[in-house]
Each structure stands twice: as structure tokens, then as C-alpha cells.
Design a protein around this ligand. Structure first.
Ligand SMILES: NC(=O)c1ccc[n+]([C@@H]2O[C@H](COP(=O)([O-])OP(=O)(O)OC[C@H]3O[C@@H](n4cnc5c(N)ncnc54)[C@H](O)[C@@H]3O)[C@@H](O)[C@H]2O)c1
Length: 263
């Protein structure tokens, strides 16, 4: 167990799986009291049971964060449970595939709600709590594809670009409150979401797909492979901690070099 977040209270949205789960495990191991916000109750409970068995303090609140009142209740519950709020890590997101001409307004509502409004809702209720506490650190998880184009993901990539813009604006608005607001932009990361999706579409086992995806690597990155979720969580740890006390309004490419390949 480390102490890089000793004494801090952190919310991790989307903490029930993937990058969010790795973040919860890392933060709890570094001394934070962690609250997961997620809509998936079974997965949230599994993570909490496993992390709590190490002696760490962790809990979850089930919320559809695209609904403002649910985000508000979740932040209130966190402060009631842990007494204050220092850190908010916005990881939760959904994907919609397809081109813009094929998109529907229902798809736009769904992805905009989960990827953009949910971040706004969580920040809206977290910031007053951080102000009461003398400051805090907010990190939004965007995507390398907020700034690097690719086919078939226009809706998702637009939401991730919106998150970057919101991050910069919040950094301007809340620097005077001693609240730092930064973003990370991950590249391809081997999470259960991607593994299960391919397993479902191919009929292969999850184990076979995971081995297959590791063997394929990620030739479009400089490092040639996908990230492990923990490799996304470590930059979030630094941004959450006081080690990054002079950093705000920044976006960090955690993408194996995709952005280094831009002209
Ligand atoms: N995995 C990648 O390759 C990759 C690449 C670039 C960016 N990202 C970003 O990193 C983050 C994590 O990715 P991941 O692959 O670990 O995701 P994931 O799909 O494994 O996990 C997302 C979590 O968010 C939760 N969630 C979704 N909508 C919600 C809502 N409205 N309210 C509450 N909870 C909700 C889900 O239940 C799930 O537990 C996302 O923001 C994603 O866009 C991922």
C-alpha cells in the first residue's frame, strides 16, 4: 500500500470496469477513500468487495449520471459517507458506432447524455463541495480520437472533443477556487468492453479473444500495442494527487504515440 492519496476522498465514475476499475484499485491502494459512481450494480459490488478485502475504504453509488438528479444524489451521498470531496475522476462513457448520416437523434441523446452531460452533472455538484474543502482536482477522460480522425465514430469522437473543451473552460473558471481541471486522452486500451464485444460478435471465448487482441497489438500506435487499464490509471493518480499541483487546463496523451504521428 502506498500513500500518494492519503487522506483524500475520490469519486471515480465508471469505476465498475475497465480503466475506471483499475483507477479505483490504484487510488484505494494509495490511501484514498473511494466512491464508485456507476449504473452497473453487480459489477460495482464485485469491485467494492474485492477492494475492501484489502483493507481499503471503498463504496459505490448506483446512478445514471446522464440524469442530473441522480448525479446530485450521488455526490451528496459521497460527502455524507466520507465527510468531504477532494477528487473527481470522470471515466464513465458509452460508444455508438456508425456514420453521421446513419445516426439517429436517439443515439445522439444517448451518447451526449452519458459522455458530456454526465461529466457536467458530476462537476456541477462536485465543485461546490471542493470549494468548501479549499480546492480539489478534477480529471476528465477524453480520447486520442477527440483530435485524431478515424472512420465510423463521429458521434463518440465529437463527445470526447466536447469534454476537452469543457475541461479547459472549467480550468479557467475554477483556478481561483484552487480546483485544478485536467484531461487525459487515452489511446487503445484493452478493457473488458472491447474483449466482450469481439467475443459476442465472433462467438469465440473471452480468453481466446483476449489472447488474439494481445497478439494483434495496435500497429497504428508507436508502441505497437494496446495499453493495459493500469497504464491509464497511473496518469490519473498523478493528476489527482498534490504531485501535479501546478498543472491545470492540460490534456495528456496516454496513447502509445498516436498523437506523435500527427503531421
Ligand atoms: N478502452 C479504450 O480503448 C479507450 C480509448 C480511449 C478512451 N477511452 C475512454 O476511457 C474511459 C473508460 O473506457 P473503458 O473501456 O474502461 O470503458 P467501459 O465501457 O469498460 O466502462 C465504462 C463504465 O461506465 C459506466 N457507465 C456508462 N454510462 C454510464 C452512465 N450514464 N451513468 C453511470 N455509469 C455509466 C458503465 O457501466 C461502465 O462500468 C471512457 O471514457 C472511454 O471513452 C477508452
Amino acid at each position: 500500500m502506498g500513500s500518494r492519496l492519503q487522506g483524500k476522498v475520490a469519486i471515480v465514475t465508471g469505476g465498475a470496469g475497465g480503466i475506471g476499475e483499475a483507477t479505483v484499485r490504484l487510488f484505494a491502494g494509495e490511501g484514498a477513500q473511494v466512491m464508485i459512481f456507476d449504473k452497473d450494480e453487480a459489477a460495482s459490488r464485485q469491485v467494492v468487495d474485492s477492494v475492501a478485502s484489502t483493507g481499503a475504504t471503498v463504496d459505490y453509488t448506483i446512478a445514471s449520471l446522464d440524469v442530473e438528479s441522480e448525479a446530485e444524489k450521488a455526490v451528496t451521498r459521497t460527502v455524507e459517507r466520507f465527510g468531504k470531496l477532494d477528487v473527481l475522476i470522470n471515466v464513465a462513457a458509452v460508444r455508438v458506432r456508425g456514420t453521421v448520416p446513419d445516426s439517429t437523434s436517439e443515439q445522439w441523446d444517448f451518447i451526449w447524455g452519458a459522455n458530456v452531460l454526465a461529466v457536467s452533472h458530476c462537476c456541477k455538484f462536485a465543485i461546490p463541495e471542493m470549494k468548501k474543502n479549499g480546492g480539489g482536482s478534477i480529471v476528465t477522460v477524453s480520447s486520442a480520437n477527440a483530435t485524431v480522425g478515424r472512420p465510423g465514430m463521429g458521434l463518440y469522437d465529437a463527445t470526447k472533443a466536447a469534454v476537452l473543451a469543457m475541461t479547459r473552460s472549467m480550468a479557467c473558471d475554477h483556478a481561483q477556487d484552487n480546483i485544478r481541471v485536467n484531461a487525459t486522452s487515452p489511446g487503445p486500451t484493452l478493457t473488458n468492453y472491447h474483449i466482450k464485444r469481439r467475443a459476442q460478435s465472433t462467438g469465440k471465448s473471452v480468453e481466446d479473444v483476449e489472447a488474439e487482441m494481445r497478439a494483434e497489438g495496435a500497429p497504428h500506435t508507436l508502441l505497437g500495442r494496446q495499453a493495459e487499464p493500469l497504464e491509464q490509471a497511473y496518469p490519473l493518480l498523478w493528476l489527482a494527487s498534490d504531485e501535479s499541483s501546478y498543472v491545470t487546463g492540460a490534456d495528456f496523451a496516454i496513447d502509445g504515440g498516436i498523437s506523435g504521428l500527427r503531421d
